[in-house]
Design a protein around this ligand. Structure first.
Ligand SMILES: *Cc1c(COP(=O)(O)O)cnc(C)c1O
Ligand SMILES: [Zn+2]
Length: 494
């Protein structure tokens, strides 16, 4: 729809008007000290604690009626107006512009097709199997094939804005990654590759990302550095670099990432008619950036009055990397060095950087009457649930399998009840982690403690007959092959 054809009550609000840069600040989660947003800080210079990015004008958003907000979000979705430069930028996370990063101009926004991902209802089999009606929100359908694109779109767009406003003359975007953050960072930064002084580098634990994940930053032209060890080691090194060198950190430690990732919750609220009563959101937890954003996002909409109730949040972790689950269960937080491996490799983190944010936000969430649960699942459950879901119309990765296994367990524990509706966060796509499926089928996951279930194994059947290129022989061969396939498939003659 063209802007001029939009209803009058929202028309002037569709194209956002940027607030001034100083209307947003970094705020220390410990001492509340504030710092200018263009300073690109990741920790408080006073006490080294995490910084949130805060919109000082957030209260003003309450002046707009919730019903009007809904219409603004809706109409931005159908805005297609070639007379407005980069108007497609309002189709991604910036459909919720005022709740994300309301200091950017349309021109600064990098839109690669992220966000607005589908919600798929689980079929009758899966509903019975898990024990509750549930939907999968498929964030595997993002440009880099993981949910990380939401936060990368906000963080890299902001860097682009600083560059365009000549607040910086260039930057090196850098991150540590279990695979997906680096893919996303490299792809968003590659959009700026032609700009003088903008560079991209990623740090990966050698051998602990999948071949598909490794191919992404390489393909995007980023400098890829591998280190022996695990993600937690890479994170420490990149933190050291961010403290002492002139780099732009793109891990979720960077509060700008959280802003974009919140839109996952806005879309869920929207898809359920802003009715979050009797809903539960199930999310795999690694570095805890995603669950931070999920808590934050629902709190935003609750405070504005867009939703009247907070959904339950269920965090899921593998029993081999479960510091957050232990904290929820015992109240004691003990980060540790991960040892036994996990197939949910992208969430395989023993020292989640965003834990202090989760701690603070959980207090706030509970203060508003919201509930947070956490469950741990076995490696066997992760793999079996991934394969089961994918045999019923889904395309989840190992972390998605982890989340579905977690939902099943949450139902068993009555954290989620049978009259409720669950929404499972499918954080990336099956394809990125196809290697784990392959190794499961070949019984190669014993070191993970996984024994393949006979009924879930699926291997190709070779019909070993070469079809001749000679005309006469060819027809005979084709008949022979067809006959052989008919036997394999148990087909009856017509
Ligand atoms: C990053 C990632 C996670 C974990 O998210 P955190 O924000 O680190 O908790 C889960 N699944 C996938 C596919 C990921 O890439
Ligand atoms: Zn501080």
């Amino acid at each position: 729809m063209l802007l001029k054809d939009m209803p009058e009550d929202v028309r002037s609000r569709i194209i956002p008007k940027p607030q001034s840069l100083d209307s947003m600040v970094y705020r220390c989660i410990e001492c509340d000290e504030e710092y200018p947003i263009q300073d690109l800080l990741y920790t408080c210079p006073k006490d080294g604690k995490l910084l949130d990015v805060v919109n000082l004008s957030f209260e003003k958003l309450k002046r707009t009626d919730p019903e009007k907000w809904k219409r603004i979000f809706d109409f931005r979705k159908i805005l297609n107006d070639p007379s407005i430069k980069n108007n497609q930028a309002l189709h991604g996370i910036f459909r919720f512009y005022e709740f994300v990063l309301p200091v950017l101009s349309l021109d600064d926004i990098i839109y690669l097709g992220e966000a607005d991902t589908p919600l798929t209802k689980a079929n009758d089999f899966m509903e019975k199997y898990v024990g509750v009606l549930f939907y999968v929100k498929n964030d595997g359908l993002e440009p880099s094939v993981s949910f990380k694109d939401r936060g990368m779109a906000s963080a890299v767009s902001f860097l682009n804005a600083l560059y365009n406003k000549r607040k910086v003359s260039g930057f090196l975007g850098i991150c540590a990654s279990t695979g997906d953050t680096s893919a996303s960072a490299a792809i968003y930064l590659s959009y700026l590759n032609h700009k003088e002084g903008i560079k991209s580098a990623v740090l990966l634990p050698q051998g602990k990302v999948t071949p598909a994940q490794l191919s992404q930053p390489l393909g995007a032209g980023a400098k890829v550095i591998e280190l022996p060890g695990v993600f937690d080691d890479c994170m420490k090194v990149v933190e050291e670099l961010a403290e002492n060198y002139d780099v732009a950190l793109l891990n979720s430690k960077n509060g700008l990432r959280v802003l974009g990732q919140k839109t996952y919750t806005y879309e869920i609220a929207e898809k359920f008619g802003y009715d979050m009563e009797n809903k539960a959101i199930v999310v795999p937890v690694g570095n805890a950036g995603n669950i931070t954003a999920i808590l934050n996002g629902f709190i935003d909409f609750y405070e504005i009055g867009l939703i009247g109730e907070l959904p339950k949040i269920v965090g899921v972790q593998s029993e081999n990397a479960d510091p957050i689950v232990s904290w929820v269960e015992t109240g004691v937080y003990e980060p540790f060095d991960v040892k036994k491996p996990s197939t949910a490799q992208a969430a395989y983190i023993g020292k989640p950087v965003s834990f202090p944010r989760v701690y603070e936000l959980t207090k706030k969430y509970r203060g508003y009457g919201g509930k947070l649960y956490a469950v741990r699942v076995s490696e066997q459950e992760i793999m079996d649930n991934m394969l089961t879901a994918n045999q019923h119309g889904h395309t989840v990765c190992t972390q998605g399998g982890e989340a579905i296994a977690g939902l099943k367990k949450a139902v068993e524990k009555c954290f989620v009840e049978n009259f409720e509706t669950a929404i499972v966060d499918s954080t990336s796509h099956q394809i990125k982690f196809a290697g784990f499926q392959d190794v499961y089928f070949k019984d190669g996951l014993r070191e993970y403690g996984v024994i393949p279930r006979e009924d879930l194994i699926n291997m190709p059947t070779l019909v070993d007959i070469t079809i001749s290129t000679e005309e006469k022989k060819r027809n005979k061969d084709i008949k022979k092959v067809a006959g052989e396939i008919a036997k394999v498939l148990d087909l009856k003659l017509k």
